[in-house]
Design a protein around this ligand. Sequence first.
Ligand SMILES: C[S@@+](CC[C@H](N)C(=O)[O-])C[C@H]1O[C@@H](n2cnc3c(N)ncnc32)[C@H](O)[C@@H]1O
Length: 383
Amino acid sequence: MDAIIQRIRRSGPIPFDHFMELALYGEAGFYTNARGAGRAGRDFLTSVQVGPLFAFMVARTIDREWRALGEPDPFFVVEAGAGDGTLAKGVLQAQPECRTALRYLLVERSPELCARQRANVELVDVALLLGPHGQDPQGFETELIPESGVGPLCAQSSELPATVVDGVIIANELLDNLAFGVAEFDGSVWHEVRVGLNESGGFAEVLTPIGERDRAVLRETAPTAVAGNRVPLNRSLTDWFVDAARSLRRGAVIAIDYIVSMETILQRSPGWLRTYSEHAHAGDPLTAPGSRDITADVPLEYILSAARSAQLAGGELQTQQVWLESLGIAEIAQRAQQHWDTHAAVGDLGALKARSTANEAALLCAPGGLGGFVVARFVKAGI
Ligand SMILES: C[S@@+](CC[C@H](N)C(=O)[O-])C[C@H]1O[C@@H](n2cnc3c(N)ncnc32)[C@H](O)[C@@H]1O
């Protein structure tokens, strides 16, 4: 909070994305303090935290991508925004077919969450995971050929890899947490929403002229805006996609998120911006920075444009429900339900597990809830 106040005192009102960056990832930021996804005692529930079924389905997707690439070894899974490592743990427990080829990199920028990953997965040094390595019979480093059949190996990093790998980059609920600016339309021109200080030293919004680049983007993507509409300015999205594409020699980028059209953003305005704390909506994003998550629907138009800038092809979009069905979740749920129906009276561990699986499937596929998330898949040209 003090750091934000100092910043504003030094430089004047700051764009909303600068405020969000500090509120979530700065000193005493929400994620810096290891707040975030999880059940009791945490702040919001993601598909990952619903139970092990989501990771089981992700393991199937990983195998599908591995086969599409011709079963390379090593095969890299880069999980961006990996949180406390729950998804990685579940994927490994699901024993994917690619496991002996699998090198799983958990990319997470919160050091505190990285520390928590250690309780969920066994980690090796990132250089060992990424580096091609081999040894001649005398034990000296020899020509650097990636060793095969040594997976699964896991490591952690605060950034996407600088080396180029064959594999898949997967991000569940990351894009909505990349800092975004906010623009407001007054009926004839767009303004940038900045955060300044009011007379009593609290945070207050200030509208300022918007830059030419953002104005051009909004002219193209939000031509139907009416006075009072607000939209996000996802200026860091392109950088993330460019970095992701740069990390891949061959493979796919899969982002699962609250993705909607700009038209929907305009209709929901300003409700597309949300805050969460302790499993409840947390109100004004400017209040007590660090105490609440700040998140938003992500405009599809921005994602497609970012992927184009990164020279990614594809742009296959499905709801989470359709994506999970394509991976066989309906059959898993049906089997689980049948088991529960016939064993409920016994009430043993198997029956309870079956009931839990059926419940998880329903939650993950619920059209008005997690099932309505969008799974966007792009590929690095060549596969
Ligand atoms: C909403 S949480 C999702 C966590 C997890 N993927 C899940 O579904 O439960 C977003 C996570 O992304 C992390 N994050 C945000 N920006 C990041 C970046 N540029 N690189 C890596 N992690 C990032 C945050 O620290 C946070 O842990």
